[in-house]
Design a protein around this ligand. Structure first.
Ligand SMILES: *Cc1c(COP(=O)(O)O)cnc(C)c1O
Length: 299
């Protein structure tokens, strides 16, 4: 299994670009040939390269975590057992997300956030005691291999399309960090991460750490925290309008991730204004499940 099984298809969006006053390219990680496409596919395939094919795959995340869903899908395809330690509120416990995890044959339990580390240790110790190998993966796949996978994809995409700016939703920062590493030494290309949760300082530190993992400790980090819109999984009119503008043009967006990044791009008085006339590549990271299951809350 190669590190980068698929590059995102890149599309030109002429009308939407004209409406926004930019030359708009969209890298579609939401259209990978994978049942649950999105940025977690690239990170996890890279993370699992060379890993023991018989080990139990163990990780943690929110009940609605795309990282956990994607790992469950990959585990099913590889015939590998997946064990997830989840946290989340009761409203999401009967949802389509958990039904999908069960259909995929993933084992999971839902614990209080303060018990996650202990529960992971418990599962690992008891599995090993039964003679099973365990591959434990960091939450969100915020790992060196994950960041490198985006550097590799970023290098190819930047070589081919030479964008002035890449705009991407940024959570744990591995995706943006990898892309920032790919942009190092390319004065033409800025990489702008739009925070979906963290405030600027903490977020930028995590992105810089990921860029260093991908080989660029001095990469330029631009991390905008003005579009968080209430925090992780929350949103107001601002994100709602951006999500709707995408769907109206035939581009599926969600309120947790891609809608916030797209809001930054469409903000005439903010980032969007400074991008006028430039070649913008919107790196679409997925998130359709978040939209379809109605996760999160407007505030
Ligand atoms: C996880 C995720 C992100 C954030 O990726 P990071 O590498 O954690 O910054 C963005 N968009 C979607 C749809 C995601 O699932």
């Amino acid at each position: 299994m190669s590190t980068t099984p698929w590059l995102p298809p890149v599309e030109r969006w002429e009308e939407l670009g004209e409406a926004l006053g930019v030359e708009l390219l969209i890298a579609r990680d939401d259209l990978l040939p994978f049942p649950l496409p999105g940025n977690k596919v690239r990170k996890l395939y890279a993370e699992l390269e060379g890993a023991d094919p018989d080990a139990i795959l163990l990780t943690n995340g929110a009940v609605t975590s795309n990282h956990c869903r994607t790992l469950a899908m990959i585990g099913a395809r590889r015939g590998q057992e997946v064990h997830l330690v989840l946290h989340g509120d009761s409203a999401e416990r009967d949802g389509a997300g958990l039904r999908m995890l069960s259909s995929l044959g993933a084992k999971y339990e839902i614990v209080e956030p303060e018990s996650i580390a202990r529960e992971l240790d418990k599962v690992e110790i008891s599995s090993r005691a039964q003679g099973r190998a365990v591959t434990r993966i960091a939450g969100g796949c915020h790992t060196p291999a994950g960041a490198k996978s985006f550097r590799d994809a970023g290098l190819t995409i930047m070589d081919r399309w030479a964008p002035d700016v890449i705009v991407v939703a940024s959570g744990t920062g591995a995706t943006q960090g990898g892309l920032a590493a790919a942009a190092e030494g390319r004065p033409r290309t800025r990489v702008v991460g739009v925070s979906v949760a963290r405030e600027a300082r903490r977020g930028a530190e995590a992105v810089a750490e990921a860029a260093a993992w991908a080989g660029s400790p001095n990469a330029e980090i631009e991390f905008l925290d003005g579009y968080r819109d209430g925090g992780y999984g929350k949103w107001t009119r601002k994100t709602e309008i951006a999500v709707s503008q995408g769907w109206m043009a035939g581009l599926p967006l969600d309120h947790t991730y891609t809608g916030k990044a797209f809001a930054a791009l469409t903000d005439a008085a903010g980032l969007g204004g400074s991008l006028r006339g430039s070649r913008v590549l919107f790196w679409h990271t997925g998130g359709l499940m978040n939209f379809l299951t109605g996760e999160g809350a407007s505030s």
